[in-house]
Design a protein around this ligand. Sequence first.
Ligand SMILES: NC(=O)c1ccc[n+]([C@@H]2O[C@H](COP(=O)([O-])OP(=O)(O)OC[C@H]3O[C@@H](n4cnc5c(N)ncnc54)[C@H](O)[C@@H]3O)[C@@H](O)[C@H]2O)c1
Length: 257
Amino acid sequence: MGILENKKILVTGILNDQSLAFAAAREIQAQGGEVLLTGFGRGMSITTRVANKLKDTPKVYELDVTNQEHFDQLSSQILADHGSLDGVLHSIGFAPAACLDPDMFAASWADVATAVQVSAYSLAPMIHSLLPLLKKGTNPSVVALDFDAKFAWPGYNWMGVAKAALESLNRYMAREAGRDGVRVNLVSAGPLRTIAAKSIEGFANFEDIWTSRAPLGWNVTDPEPVAKAIVALMSDFFPATTGEIIHVDGGFHAVGA
Ligand SMILES: NC(=O)c1ccc[n+]([C@@H]2O[C@H](COP(=O)([O-])OP(=O)(O)OC[C@H]3O[C@@H](n4cnc5c(N)ncnc54)[C@H](O)[C@@H]3O)[C@@H](O)[C@H]2O)c1
């Protein structure tokens, strides 16, 4: 019997089968959890196709996190279809190209605002709209994906600033949602080859230093350790943990050189 038996978990952010959310969805199902998905814009048709690679072909709800109506529809549709939720995975990030330009001053406020809205702020309306469903769940848990924002990384630029905002918001959301017994945590992942990672120019540098420096080593093509940590946080095995950042990075964050 899996550790997510009888849990219903909404997984956002599957664009293709390389997406970290896809690995998470597969692992959630392997542990007995039921998975619901969201898809975004033109990628929605790909998400629907990728859903076929999962057990029982999960339903895909539409969600553009910049559209409040989508949040409203999402919560009323899931209420009608399922009545409650035990977990939500926020696996969403986006920054306009200017935010990842080697020249950090190339980005306008409009660019930065988009990066922060999609990659950080969106966690708040997501939790707000789904809280009535999560409150009815068992030991409910929200997990979002982070890239360590303690440091200034080459090329990560405004996305790094957005991740710093996400790390702070994680703590505030833990305060808010904790009143209703809902946990909110981040998994801070090491670099993994996905569509989002491809848009970061300095990514190859991260890969090299990570692989050589992480105490446990690191495989940029293996999302399974991240997926397993997500499963653990969704399960009943972290009942008193919230506002936390769990590093799943081979231990890279702990060493200086
Ligand atoms: N790949 C890495 O190295 C790495 C490392 C640490 C953290 N992360 C984080 O993991 C998360 C998932 O990224 P990924 O690497 O799996 O890449 P990905 O490109 O597969 O996933 C990003 C997702 O964000 C979605 N998205 C973008 N704008 C959206 C919007 N307006 N509304 C709804 N969805 C939107 C995309 O459709 C896509 O599904 C992101 O938060 C990313 O920052 C990735």
